[in-house]
Design a protein around this ligand. Structure first.
Ligand code: DO4
Ligand code: MG
Length: 287
């Protein structure tokens, strides 16, 4: 089951995504349940979502509502250098920091960094930003896990970890500036609820398409079995001596890096597709 957060008839409403239609949820039916997060953090998100379907309302077409990023107050964190491709690209872009990327790929402790507060996260269809002081920026399409306050993985979504490669490459200590700025992250379009079955990692494909003036200029593809770490290990490291009363979303790193000569430009369109979740599309703004 997939859940989304939308604005329908002027109200912010969680919804179940069923193909091209949405079932809006009536959250007033249960005490203390008002938001998408309340559903995600409940003992049985799937059962609760089914119970909350507003049967008085017909299904709504997906293009009749405004889609919001599927989070409320969660912090957004990210893991880095979790795919071989990312390790190689980082070593190439950073003269001074190459050995750090090499070591962290193999180390027990992963690279984890704070990526965004909810106000910096943009919705599907809304612009993500290239910093005006960057001349080499790329999108990073990442499988993202949605974690409840008990550090249980309750769902999966798509995250765009916008990255200024020139700023990060100049000095690894500039990482927070390369990664965390206004409109630096997009999430969505929906959250695939975690079921009891193990994810089929090899079958979970992650794809990137970048368009410029209507032409495809970059494509890339990987699969979750190329991730060098277990999702549960990344979450366990995130939770070490830390707490997330509002839950957290953890981007698990990129396995797709555009060619070195490519940098995003104002007006580019970025499409990220993950099997079972959907496609996250955002235009690029640089001003
Ligand atoms: O080490 C810098 C960031 C790495 C990253 O964002 C990634 O591998 O996805
Ligand atoms: Mg990344």
């Amino acid at each position: 089951m997939k859940l989304a957060k939308v604005i329908a008839a002027g109200d912010v409403t969680p919804a179940i995504v069923e193909g091209d239609e949405l079932r809006l949820l009536d959250v007033s039916q249960v005490d203390h349940v008002r938001t998408l997060t309340d559903i995600l953090h409940s003992p049985d998100p799937m059962g609760l979502a089914k119970f909350l379907v507003d049967t008085k309302l017909d299904p709504v077409a997906v293009d009749e509502v405004e889609w919001l990023a599927p989070l409320d107050r969660q912090e957004v964190w990210a893991a880095g250098v979790t795919y071989k491709r990312s390790q190689i690209a980082r070593m190439e872009e950073s003269e001074t920091g190459a050995s750090h990327y090499d070591k962290v790929y193999e180390a027990d402790r992963p690279e984890l960094f704070f990526k965004a507060t909810p106000n910096r996260v943009v919705a599907p269809g809304k612009p993500v930003r290239v910093r005006y002081d960057s001349n080499w920026s790329v999108p990073e399409p990442e499988f993202a896990v949605v974690v409840n306050p008990d550090l249980k993985i309750v769902g999966y979504t798509i995250g765009n970890d916008m990255s200024a490669r020139d700023i990060e490459g100049e000095n690894p200590l500039y990482l927070p500036q390369a990664k965390l700025y206004k409109q630096c992250c997009a999430l969505g379009p929906s959250i695939l609820l975690a079921g009891n079955d193990e994810l089929d990692l090899a079958a979970t494909k992650i794809k990137l398409v970048i368009e410029r003036n209507g032409e495809t200029v970059v494509t890339g593809e990987t699969a979750l079995d190329q991730l060098h770490r277990k999702l549960s290990d990344l979450v366990a490291w995130l939770g070490r001596d830390n707490e997330f009363p509002a839950g957290a979303i953890l981007l698990t790193g990129t396995g797709i890096i555009p060619p070195d000569e490519f940098s995003l430009e104002h007006g580019d369109m970025v499409h990220m597709t993950v099997t079972g979740i959907g496609t996250l599309t955002n235009p690029i703004v640089k001003d």
